[in-house]
Every structure is written in structure tokens, then in C-alpha cells.
Write a protein that binds this ligand. Structure first.
Ligand code: IPE
Ligand code: IPE
Ligand code: MG
Length: 245
């Protein structure tokens, strides 16, 4: 599998909607949180797999703005799991030279979760391998609205004129400023939707949908998605003839 991947045509950035934990648990008659606990191995596999082949950025949709509407006990268990996992995974993260980052409204997370995250980001800030961006309390519409506010603020302070605003201005005010847009987006669990993930950044991303439920996701599934991506012709509005090498 890994051998079939063309190292000269790797995406720089892969984004994943890690979906299907609840259904995975239900299939075995367990509580939803059992699915979330078993999702950790899949996260490890995705990070290790991406690191092994030299991907630079991996964005993992971990908790959406809309997920705040879930039952309180599930939210609490998820936040607790997040704290525990950051602590227990840190040695592995450091060993693998992985840099951690977050996107989203992380100040809205419980204080203990927020503090652990900030600490983890700081602790890994000089690592030089794969950067993993955890999207937490994140949605594309939230991010775009926040960007609009920041741009409007600059205009009202006279630091920016409306005529100067370009696509690049918007991109520079997103949480993902400076990160290349994902070339490949994977969603697991057989759902065909974006669910308010990176709305701006996915403009020209290749989408890959897998039936695998997230807790069952392993390196081989990641490599299969990359292989599929490498067979595609990315045209960016041009004709096939124009983009042929
Ligand atoms: C994804 O799995 C994890 C989060 C959204 C936090 P789900 O919890 O959405 O699992 P399903 O979709 O109910 O199976
Ligand atoms: C998307 O999954 C969010 C995350 C994976 C964190 P959801 O399970 O919340 O998406 P919908 O509600 O089914 O679209
Ligand atoms: Mg879901």
C-alpha cells in the first residue's frame, strides 16, 4: 500500500472529518463514549501514517461548533477524554517530532481542556515534523464570521480600505492563516457532507469518502485515500489539455 504512493505527488495538507464513533459503539451495544475512546487509536494511526510518508499538515475535525448541542454528558466525557489523551500521548508526540496546533474557538472549551491544549501547543512548538491541527469548537462559518469582524475592525480604524480587500486578505484573517489549503479531505462513516468544516479552504480540495467508521480507520485507509488522490486530474478551472504535464 505505502509502496504505491508517489512521493513526488504528495498532498502537503490532508484534512479529515473523523466521523462514526457513535455508530461504531452502537454496533456493539456500547455507549457512544466507548466509540470516542476507541477513536484514539485511529488518530494515532493517522498521525503516524501521515508523518511516515512526509505529509506536512494534518487537520483533524475533533469537535464542531454544532457538537455543543449534544447531550451534556457526552460533551463532558469528550472534553475529559481530550485532556487525558493529550497527557498520555505527549511522549509519543515528542518522539515523533509532531507539532500540535489548534483552530477554532478553544477559549470556549472547559478551562482544564483549554490549558492542557495551550501547554501542548507550546511544548511541541519547536518540533519540525508533521503539524497536526486539531479543529475544536470549530466551524467554517464561525471562522469566516470572526475573520469578517477582524477585517471590519481594521477598516473602521483606517488601517485597511475596502478596495484593498482581496482573497488573500480573507485567508490571512482565518485561523488557518499561513497554512496551505488541504489538497485532500477525507470523511469517514459514509456521510457525504462537509458539516461546516473548512468552508473557505476546501474550495479546490479533492474529496474522499470512506465507509469505514472512524474507530476502525488505520494507516492503510489513509494510504488508500492518498493513492486515490494521486490518480485524479486537478484542473482548477482549466481544460484537461492545459494541465497535462
Ligand atoms: C465523530 O463521531 C466524533 C465527533 C463528532 C465528536 P460521532 O460521535 O459523530 O459518531 P456518529 O456520527 O454518531 O456515529
Ligand atoms: C462532524 O461530525 C464533526 C466532527 C467530526 C467533529 P458530526 O457527526 O458532528 O456531523 P453531522 O452532524 O452528522 O453532519
Ligand atoms: Mg457523526
Amino acid at each position: 500500500m505505502k509502496e504505491n504512493i508517489d512521493r513526488n505527488n504528495l498532498p502537503k495538507h490532508i484534512a479529515i472529518i473523523m466521523d462514526g464513533n457513535g455508530r461504531w459503539a452502537k454496533k456493539q451495544g456500547a455507549m457512544r463514549i466507548f466509540g470516542h475512546r476507541n477513536a484514539i487509536q485511529a488518530v494515532r494511526d493517522a498521525i503516524e501514517g501521515a508523518g511516515e510518508i512526509g505529509i506536512q499538515h494534518l487537520t483533524l475535525f475533533s469537535f464542531s461548533t454544532e457538537n455543543w448541542s449534544r447531550p451534556q454528558d457526552e460533551i463532558q466525557a469528550l472534553m475529559q477524554l481530550l485532556v487525558e489523551t493529550i497527557v498520555s500521548e505527549m511522549p509519543r508526540v515528542m518522539k515523533n517530532n509532531v507539532r500540535l496546533n489548534t483552530i477554532g474557538d478553544i477559549k470556549s472549551l472547559p478551562t482544564s481542556t483549554y490549558e492542557k491544549l495551550v501547554e501542548a501547543v507550546h511544548q511541541t512548538s519547536t518540533n519540525t515534523g508533521l503539524t497536526v491541527h486539531f479543529a475544536l469548537s470549530y466551524s467554517g462559518q464561525w471562522e469566516l464570521t470572526e475573520a469578517a469582524k477582524r477585517i471590519a475592525q481594521k477598516v473602521s480604524e483606517g488601517k485597511l480600505s475596502p478596495e484593498e480587500i482581496t482573497n488573500a486578505t480573507v485567508a490571512d484573517h482565518l485561523d488557518t492563516a499561513g497554512i496551505p489549503d488541504p489538497e485532500l479531505m477525507i470523511r469517514t462513516s459514509g456521510e457525504f457532507r462537509i458539516s461546516n468544516f473548512l468552508l473557505w479552504q476546501l474550495a479546490y480540495t479533492e474529496l474522499y469518502f470512506s465507509d469505514v467508521l472512524w474507530p476502525d480507520f488505520r494507516k492503510e485507509h489513509l494510504f488508500a485515500a492518498i493513492e486515490d488522490y494521486q490518480k485524479r486530474e486537478r484542473r482548477f478551472g482549466k481544460t484537461g489539455e492545459q494541465v497535462k504535464p
